[in-house]
Design a binder for this molecule. Structure first.
Ligand code: FES
Length: 287
């Protein structure tokens, strides 16, 4: 079951608990409601009577203790102490109502506590990053030779490959171009050697305001449909409001499978390229 499903189930369950709690308290309160009579409090009256009895009983004992006769005199037995059970105070219906109200108010608090706890746990599960196999983790974009064959056309033009799980456009770059580029020395190029171009993984997100960047094969670039920023196929800034080159991910090669691994947890930003490594536009624009 996905985290979002758990989140929804948690919210619905907690909501039902709260509704049940509120309805129960409301019904109980309705039963307890009664007119104010203005009579003396029965409990206070009984407490006074009990205190008087206790004084009478206890006073005799005290008198006996203080006025204890000499040992050779007869001692008259004093009254037995009051039975504590007989002194118990029964709660009036009004007092019982107060106790019930307290109970249900506390129940309501407990229900709210459960609700908040569920909400916190479900929210945490929803926001917790997936540590395996999703965006933000290393993604296998495919075999490097297969990627090159798919991307580089027979006439030398480029058709970038979009890898949805990595949110990336995979593009080739001749290794000789890298040292003079705006991303020289960064781990954003992999899979070159033997005269074959290396590969880069460009994040599909426009660095202006985050629109999805489509590729434009006729012009050999990425052109943003939102506000018109343009980048060449190496993700270098060409024009528009974008403040820098396209962001890209660190990449590496899996030696066992010769696959391109896109490290989507490592976003690398570079400033606008002063020297471009590929021509743009090479044909009509798409926007
Ligand atoms: S979001 Fe791409 S140019 Fe504004």
């Amino acid at each position: 079951m996905s985290a979002s499903t758990l989140f929804i189930i948690g919210i619905v369950g907690a909501g039902l608990l709260v509704i049940v709690g509120v309805l129960t308290v409301a019904m109980r309160r309705g039963e307890d409601a009664g007119p104010i009579t203005g009579e003396f409090d029965k409990r206070a009256k009984r407490r006074d009577q009990a205190a008087t009895k206790s004084k009478q009983a206890g006073g005799g004992e005290t008198a006996v203790a203080v006025m204890a006769p000499p040992e050779d005199e007869d001692v008259t037995p004093t009254a037995p102490p009051a039975d504590p059970l007989a002194m118990r105070e029964e709660l009036t219906p009004a007092e019982m109502g107060v106790e019930r109200r307290k109970f249900f108010n506390r129940s309501l608090l407990v229900i709210f506590g459960i609700f908040l706890g569920q909400f916190a746990i479900a929210g945490l599960a929803f926001l917790w990053p997936k540590l395996k196999g999703g965006f933000g983790t290393p993604i296998n974009a495919g075999n490097i030779n297969d990627l090159r064959a798919e991307i580089i056309q027979s006439d030398g033009s480029i058709v970038p490959k979009f890898v949805a799980s990595a949110q990336s456009w995979i593009v080739p770059i001749p290794e000789a171009e890298v040292p003079e580029s705006s991303f020289a020395g960064l781990p954003v190029v992999a899979g070159g050697g033997s005269g074959e171009p290396a590969l880069m993984a460009m994040w599909q997100r426009c660095v202006h305001l985050g629109c999805r960047l489509p590729s434009c094969v006729p012009s050999q670039g990425f052109e943003c449909p939102c506000h018109g920023s343009r980048y060449n196929f190496h993700g270098e800034y060409e024009s528009g409001p974008a403040p820098r080159n396209m962001d890209r991910f660190a990449v590496e090669v899996d030696g066992d499978t010769n696959s391109l691994i896109v490290l989507t947890g490592q976003v690398i930003q570079t400033s606008r390229a002063k020297v471009k490594t590929i021509a743009y536009p090479q044909g009509p624009s798409c926007i």
